[in-house]
Design a protein around this ligand. Structure first.
Ligand code: BGC
Length: 771
């Protein structure tokens, strides 16, 4: 846990330079715009500990798998989003002496991330070992208006010396991923060119053949006047740069402006990189820093208009929630259905930048609630486009007839996770992908999505479940053996309640969808039957039997569903009774001890109770919550949000708040001591969910919006915004509850159990007593 980030409503601020926090700050102050992203590395040389990171969305390398014992069915590789060319480099030498914060004395250091306009500013005074003092201010952003543009304005002032100054502005393609399995470099150089202040570098990934095109145009101004001398061209392997020489006098100010084009062959055709990047940097430098920044901040303002959450009376909480929203918006913009959301986004390399069930289970609600409908739809389309690969994946494991098993981890639809107990067994993910289709349609009302996209995915997943179950003579029921539930702290269990539930629910939902398509699109349905060789009668009869005869482990004494068949054989000792120095157990206990223990990593049975709330009454939710929560260690950052929402459903407002706090500042305060690896981007969406669904009490039931807000005791007021079926609502909760409909058209909502209709621009004010 750390406490060095200054609390502020719209900014993340660090004052004073402590190299020990550098990796953490590099993560916290990361920038991104959906297309590209980077850690907050320094422009000037830094020889201290740092994780240099620039990432291009969707550009990956299949890093050959490394495991102890190979198991049939393991994927050949783990896909990694690649650390790409470092384009921010601006190295400074004063009379041959390098500016390096690891060797200089650093004073007045301040790093500031303005979340409203996604601008990173860093300022400091550095005394070089020779005693020369420089004042530096660096500003940079990754344009949200034109996502292939990055801009830096780096200003230097001589405080006590006159000496020759050399500025080297460069692009370095000789980079590697820290977690490369065989210490391999993944990029080869294709082309480079430097002409004066204009430098271009084109690289290609090994195996996957992606191209990246980076170009920079550097302008240097001495005391406000452009340096007209041609810079020296610098070219090395995988490296291009322009070197500017100046005579620097005491009191002089030098400004380096760097206009960078960052392109990838996902958007720019190979062979067109040179021309495209040239056009981009010319346009950017013609506009200049200020205009580009205005355009960029306008684009951000529009995003905040539909997504901001305001909290009065608790600055730490205010900063925390905005920080979460900010990074989610930096990571995914929904412009390209080939892209998705890695658990660390663009802020680090852990989890390879690839897609997990986190997207469907945690991120989708955020984008449904705050962004245009197409954004969430693209997340669904990503999986739709991978259906063929999910079928191949299932075939590799022995499934037939179009059964689809979506991967645990993927970038292009192929499985790349390789721990058997997760790759083969954590199959509840297939249910999450089916549930996301329901969630999207329930929220947006876009039933058109079902035919053909939603249906085809549901059919593949249903076929998988129908083959994955087996009939138990002993139990006279269908069972699902050898699985790992969301709780990865027990593996290879039988009848994990959540997995069985997801199987049955998917089959039921697919039957509903079939009925809908047959009714509304009969001709299309005929085509789908042919396309998928769907033996409707035979297959759906089998599904119905599974629905009717699925086994769910149940404890009649406690009146709760059990996480898995053998759960009650475990020693049930509440987490509270564990010695404090044994947390987190995943860092202190042997894996074997964890597996045998009752401790639950993250919501498992409770995940089902959250998703299928309408099926369980309050008393039942309470019983399950009271049984499972005390033995849950929340060692996945995805855990507290589900608990916060359920706590609020059962009226435990304090608990709901307590769980919320565990996620809201998770990274800002480095709660788990792992922010240096990158931020917990997908769990940030869980934080948003717990705000809007726990405090705001928002739900959509059968297409009907419902709100049941309460306010945590320590806050004066809060407000949040949601887009719902074309309307844009602002919900303010303070002394009274005020709801404003900002968009044309009427929206109906059930608030504290009563139905209201809100006309355009209408403000509905309710007294808190009405709750
Ligand atoms: C969690 C998974 C999650 C993954 C990536 C793991 O620690 O247990 O549920 O998908 O992290 O966030």
């Amino acid at each position: 846990m750390k406490n060095y980030i200054i609390h502020c409503d719209w900014k993340v601020i660090e004052e004073g330079f402590d190299p020990k926090n550098n990796r953490v700050s590099e993560s916290l102050f990361s920038l991104g715009n959906g297309h590209t992203g980077q850690r907050a590395n320094f422009e000037e040389k830094y020889s201290g500990d740092s994780l240099q990171g620039n990432y291009l969305a969707g550009v990956y390398y299949p890093d050959k798998t490394r495991v102890g014992w190979w198991k049939n069915g393991y994927p050949e590789y783990f896909a990694k989003v690649l650390n790409a060319a470092n384009w921010i480099g601006i190295h400074i030498q004063v009379d041959g002496e390098e500016l390096d914060l690891a060797t200089a004395q650093v004073d007045e250091f301040k790093r500031e991330l303005d979340m409203h306009s996604a601008l990173l500013t860093r300022s400091f005074v550095a005394s070089l070992p020779s005693g020369k003092k420089l004042e530096v201010e660096a500003k940079r952003f990754l344009s949200m208006k034109n996502q292939e543009i990055g801009v830096i304005r780096y200003q230097l002032k001589s405080l006590n010396f006159s000496a020759p100054l050399t500025v080297t502005s460069f692009i370095d393609g000789d980079v590697m991923n820290e977690d490369s399995n065989y210490d391999e470099k993944f990029w080869v150089e294709l082309e480079k060119e430097v002409e004066g202040a204009n430098a271009f570098l084109c690289m290609e990934t090994k195996k996957t053949g992606f191209h990246s095109g980076n170009r920079q145009l550097t302008r240097v101004l001495l005391n406000g006047k452009e340096q007209l001398d041609q810079p020296e061209a610098l070219q090395k392997e995988k490296f291009v740069g322009s070197v500017f020489h100046s005579q620097f006098q005491e009191g002089d100010t030098l400004v380096v402006e760097k206009y960078a084009a960052i392109c990838s062959s996902l958007q720019t055709p190979k062979g067109k990189m040179k021309a495209r990047t040239q056009k981009l940097v010319e346009e950017a430098s013609a506009k200049g820093f200020e205009q580009l920044y205005q355009e960029h901040s306008k684009a951000w303002e529009l995003r905040w208009e539909t997504s901001d959450i305001e909290i009065k009376g608790d600055r730490a909480a205010q900063q925390g929630i905005r920080f979460n929203i900010f990074h989610l918006m930096q990571t995914y913009t929904g412009d390209d259905e080939r892209l998705n959301i890695g658990p660390k986004g663009f802020t680090g390399e852990k989890y390879g930048g690839v897609t997990y069930w986190d997207t469907e289970a945690y991120c989708l609600p955020f984008f449904l609630g705050t962004a245009p409908e197409r954004v969430a739809k693209n997340l669904l389309m990503y999986r739709y486009k991978h259906l063929g690969r999910a079928i191949e994946n299932a075939e590799k494991l022995g499934f037939k007839n179009g059964a689809a098993l979506y991967p645990m981890v993927t970038i292009n639809g192929e499985e790349c996770h390789n721990e058997w107990e997760i790759t083969f067994e954590e199959i509840h993910r297939n249910g999450a992908i089916a549930y996301a289709i329901y969630n999207y349609i329930n929220y947006t009302g876009d039933r058109q999505y079902l035919a053909p996209y939603g249906f085809e995915v549901l059919l593949g997943i249903s076929r998988f479940w129908a083959q994955r179950v087996n009939w138990s003579e002993e139990k006279q029921a269908y069972v699902i053996l050898g699985v790992t539930g969301p709780n990865e702290y027990e593996n290879n269990v039988n009848n994990n309640f959540h997995t069985n539930k997801m199987a049955v629910w998917t089959l039921k939902y697919t039957l509903d969808v079939i009925a809908y398509i047959k009714r509304e699109h009969p001709y299309l349905f005929e085509e789908l039957i042919q396309k998928w060789k769907f033996n409707e009668l035979q297959e759906t009869d089998h599904w119905k039997e599974i629905i009717e005869k699925m086994y769910f482990p149940y404890d009649a004494k406690r009146e709760i569903f059990l996480q898995q068949d053998g759960f009650l054989d475990k020693e049930l000792i509440p987490v509270d009774l564990l010695p404090e120095d044994e947390y987190p157990i995943n860092q202190n206990w042997s894996w074997d001890r964890i597996l045998r223990s009752c401790y639950i990593k993250q919501a498992d049975t409770l995940q089902s109770l959250y998703w299928f709330q309408d099926e369980y009454d309050q008393e039942s939710v309470k019983r399950h919550f009271d049984f499972y929560e005390p033995i849950t260690v929340h060692e996945s950052s995805l855990s507290p949000c589900v608990h916060s929402i359920l706590a609020s459903r059962i009226g435990r407002e304090d608990k709901a708040y307590e769980f919320y706090l565990r996620t809201a500042r998770l990274d800002l305060d480095d709660y788990n001591n792992d922010t240096e690896d990158g931020l917990h981007i997908t769990s940030m969406a869980g934080t948003w969910m717990s705000f809007v669904e726990a405090f705001g009490g928002m739900r959509v039931k059968n297409g009907q919006l419902m709100l049941d807000p309460f306010i945590p005791k320590s806050w004066e007021s809060y407000s949040f915004k949601i887009s719902f079926r074309g309307s844009h609502l602002e919900i303010q909760m303070g002394e009274e509850l005020k709801i404003i409909n900002h968009n044309p058209g009427m929206v109906s909502a059930i608030i504290w159990g009563k139905n209201y209709e809100l006309q355009e621009k209408q403000e509905l004010i309710l007294n808190r007593e009405e709750k």
